[in-house]
Design a protein around this ligand. Structure first.
Ligand code: ATP
Length: 539
């Protein structure tokens, strides 16, 4: 699938718009249009309903070591600045960037790609930021310009190996930056903290400084005790949250995949340390299955365990659920969700202060030059007391952390299909349809009167109103019916109901299935039951 086609469909049909578009847009920010908001809400609802509201705490779920409880939270975006100091985000949440002295542009170090090329005894690394598929063209064009050659001389350039990341290049004097004409214009990589800073209240100095949360997880940790004290949950249990997060990404790109404002769906699952490995395994498999069940099947979805050297300093296991997005180079995958075994790192950090590995390799409060804790914790007791076992301990945490926007984008990419269907005259017509899981489809059913007369609109409107009581439905009486089907296919509506001449004689209507294109008749007063049954059959 070509990404350009999906991007244009998203704009044309109201799934996604660039934020502040009338002012030229703002890089890294996206708005969901009328259909996009329904789709994303369905993704979030599918997650919340399955993980939290619909969770059966009396059943032992397949693969789980025992029964468990689930509950939810909705925390603020701006929190006490000490939260980010203890979580490690203040000191450690950064990417490396490089600046170009010539073009004045800034790039993420690992996101500049390029290729080595030689001509006439000189070897240079040509960097590029071109989209996948245009990299070759861009680097060739710029290498020719650099060496003062014409297009017809392209064969005289000796290219070496594949495209690689700038992180693999040590001598920047040999680098032609993506927007530069001369060599060696990039600065050495520097750290750049990704948290957005703001000021609370009238204090504009550092006293009032605060941050927009870069993840929703910390709100859960700092409320751990509140949830324990106010509800009857007992370990093992999970707290879930859906909400906005903000990261000042250096190079937002690939549509909504890397945005600066996005939504996360996170669970912090608290368990006894002796059971944490089993729970990690459970959540890893459970979350993978969620994507499979909603239609991300096949070779494009994978579950990848991190290598030992990729793990965060506190983690004893992390797995990513990844999707082969069409905008990535072939064979590459992008992260949809990370499932991390975080041990007792977070709760201990918020009790004792920011932790780091000591000389013996154990986690201990990190000390500053003055010998005092570098960032002091809350001093509150966040341990757990098990009444039955008469045991006190700091629970271990398993964290399945997903992105609502990345999941929505993956479902859109996976669902995009093109085929040929016969038109009214039997000639083949190009058809574009989104094969979205009916649970995710923004519109569940559309109702059409075949013509705008003979009482058909009134009958169709009655069915439409009945449907609307149960789910999102759409009524359309404009233009040829073939066009109306095509418009619904393009936005992934699984069923269309048509009221025609036969309806006026015997009360029956046609139902058309988006994927198989099969049509069959049911009684008009049974249309709602029939559609509900079809939707249920697929959930
Ligand atoms: P990446 O390596 O792609 O930057 P990450 O490992 O930093 O992602 P996490 O911190 O694990 O991401 O965040 C959890 C989830 O939040 C990710 O799996 C992703 O779905 C989502 N997410 C993170 N950053 C962004 C972003 N800039 N735009 C959209 N979604 C994001």
């Amino acid at each position: 699938m070509e990404m350009d086609k999906l991007v244009s469909l998203c704009k044309r049909r109201g799934f996604l718009f660039q934020s502040s578009e009338i002012y030229g847009g703002l890089n890294g920010f996206w708005d969901y249009g009328p259909l996009g908001v329904e789709l994303k809400r369905n993704v979030k609802d599918a997650w919340w309903n399955e993980m939290v509201r619909g969770h059966d705490e009396l059943l032992v779920h397949a693969g789980a070591p025992s029964t468990y409880e689930m509950t939810g939270l909705d925390c603020t975006i701006i929190m006490h600045p000490q939260v980010w100091k203890c979580s490690g985000h203040y000191d450690l949440f950064h990417d490396f960037m490089v600046d170009c002295r010539e073009s004045k542009k800034r790039y993420r170090h690992d996101q500049v790609r390029g290729r080595w090329v030689s001509y006439n005894g000189q070897r240079i690394f040509v960097g590029t930021q071109a989209e996948i598929g245009h990299e070759e063209e861009d680097t060739q064009h710029r290498a020719l310009k650099f060496f003062n050659l014409r297009a017809k001389d392209a064969e005289r350039l000796a290219w070496e190996g594949d495209f690689i990341s700038l992180t693999k290049v040590s001598n920047f004097a040999e680098v032609l930056a993506p927007d530069a004409k001369t060599l060696g214009t990039l600065t050495e990589p520097r750290e750049f903290n990704l948290m957005f800073k703001t000021y609370v209240g009238a204090l504009s100095g550092e006293e009032g400084a605060a941050f927009l949360r870069p993840e929703t997880a910390q709100g859960i940790f700092v409320n751990f005790k509140n949830v324990l004290d106010s509800s009857r949950v007992a370990i093992p249990f999970g707290i879930a949250q859906i909400g906005k997060s903000f990261r000042n990404e250096i190079t937002p790109r690939n549509f909504t995949f890397r945005s600066r404002e996005f939504e996360q769906m996170e669970i912090e699952f608290f368990c006894h340390p002796s059971q944490s490995r089993q729970w990690y395994q459970y959540w890893r498999d459970r979350r993978y299955k969620w994507y499979l069940d909603l239609g991300l099947a096949g070779e494009r979805l994978r579950l990848r365990d991190h290598d030992q050297d990729e793990l965060s300093h506190y983690s004893c296991g992390t797995a990513d659920i990844e999707y082969a997005f069409p905008f990535l180079p072939s064979g590459e995958f992008g992260e949809l969700e990370g499932i991390a075994h975080r041990g007792d790192f977070d709760l201990r950090s918020h009790m004792e202060g920011k932790l780091a590995k000591d000389a013996a390799g154990n986690l201990a409060v990190e000390l500053g030059e003055d010998g005092k804790p570098r960032h002091r914790g809350s001093g509150k007791d966040l341990s757990y007391f098990d009444d039955q076992a008469r045991e006190r301990y700091v629970p271990h945490v398993i964290e399945p952390s997903a992105g609502a926007d990345r999941a929505t984008l993956a479902f859109l990419c996976e669902s995009y299909h093109e085929d040929k269907v016969p038109d009214e005259n039997g000639n083949p017509r190009e058809r574009v349809f989104l094969k979205l899981h009916p649970r995710l489809a923004p519109i569940k059913a559309a109702v059409f009167p075949l013509v705008k007369k003979d009482g058909m609109p009134e009958v169709a409107q009655k069915i439409y109103r009945d449907l609307k009581q149960h789910f999102n439905a759409f009524y359309d009486e404009k233009g040829a019916v073939g066009r109306r089907y095509a418009r619904q296919d393009e936005v992934g509506t699984p069923y269309c109901i048509t009221v025609d001449g036969e309806t006026m004689q015997n009360g029956s209507v046609t139902i058309r299935d988006r994927d198989s294109l099969k049509q069959w008749r049911v009684r008009g007063d049974e249309a709602v039951t029939e559609i509900s049954k079809l939707l249920r059959g697929t959930t």
